[in-house]
Design a protein around this ligand. Structure first.
Ligand code: FE2
Length: 292
């Protein structure tokens, strides 16, 4: 398995040859980052959106929910909000078309998450805490929003107008991360999970799966020895490049970059081509129990 796999797709909407699509799906589910020479071209009026001044307060991104049309994190008037909403809706539609063509087995099961626009520079930013420090290698897991085994599929694009890349590092494979951090993790606590849901600390019940994924996220970020020693592959994504990743599976750190778009999709494990490679199945094998 290569950390980065180049996939020659040049169009958001066009059908993709079956052999290339099969290669892409195999690499994606194995835990590679797919790199596509696929720019998201801004319309003339969208170029006014290339400014970190659009961010509200200390927010690091502007998000758009395709299901509700809700925009969050922007500081501006109604004209600007309408323009941002249109921009992110267009990115969502493009990313969705791409994913449906590239990963046909997901088509009917794909659930839209939010689109996100990150205009501000990452390098030099002081995170709220070590848990929020995405310059440390981690897998994605979110404390308030349990996913119950559904995969986090993310489509990124660098729209930087100054020629600057987005700089990532990719860490070790998921099975190695899990083997290292699961034995150190406390067992899930059903009563605590019920309390967190009842008091709205979590938006739904934190499943044992979500518990272990958070333990991996936190365990990796908290361990400075691991951060220093684990093998990392540097990856730079140039303006005009798209990259697609299962961010719950691929260890990643974000070191630098500004002006990036991202669309999240949730994929049920039942829709996967190789479910045995999913974090759910890997963790279940390791813990010897069902986690949902
Ligand atoms: Fe992340």
């Amino acid at each position: 398995m290569k950390p980065i796999e180049s996939i020659a797709v040049h169009d958001w909407q066009a059908p993709i040859a079956a052999q290339l699509a099969a290669q892409a799906l195999d690499a994606l589910e194995a835990g590679s980052v797919l790199r596509l020479p696929l720019p998201f071209t801004l319309r003339a009026e969208e170029r006014t959106l290339l400014s970190p001044q659009l961010l509200s307060g200390t927010r690091k991104n502007i998000s758009y929910n395709p299901a509700s049309g809700r925009l969050q994190g922007a500081d501006g008037d109604a004209v600007l909000e309408t323009r941002l909403r249109g921009f992110l809706a267009r990115y969502h539609a493009s990313a969705r078309a791409l994913v449906e063509h590239l990963f046909a087995p997901y088509r009917d099961a794909l659930i839209d998450g939010r689109a996100s626009y990150r205009p501000a520079e990452i390098a030099g930013r002081v995170p709220k805490s070590w848990r929020h420090d995405d310059t440390r290698v981690h897998v994605d897991a979110f404390p308030a929003t349990p996913v119950h085994g559904r995969r986090l599929l993310r489509v990124f694009n660098n729209i930087n107008p100054h020629g600057e890349p987005r700089r990532w590092q990719v860490g070790e494979p998921f099975a190695a991360v899990a083997a290292r951090f699961v034995p150190r993790a406390p067992k899930p606590n059903a009563l605590q999970a019920q309390l967190m849901a009842a008091t709205r600390i979590t938006k739904s019940l934190r499943s044992p799966y979500d518990h272990y994924m958070l333990q991996l996220h936190d365990g990796m970020k908290a361990d400075l020895g691991y951060q220093a020693q684990v093998h990392k592959t540097a990856a730079e994504f140039a303006p005009g490049e798209t990259w697609i990743v299962y961010s719950d599976q691929v260890s990643h750190a974000v070191l630098a970059g500004r002006y990036m778009l991202e669309q999240t999709f949730y994929v049920p494990v039942a829709a996967l081509q190789y479910p045995e490679r999913s974090p759910l199945r890997v963790l279940e094998k390791l813990t010897g129990r069902a986690l949902l």
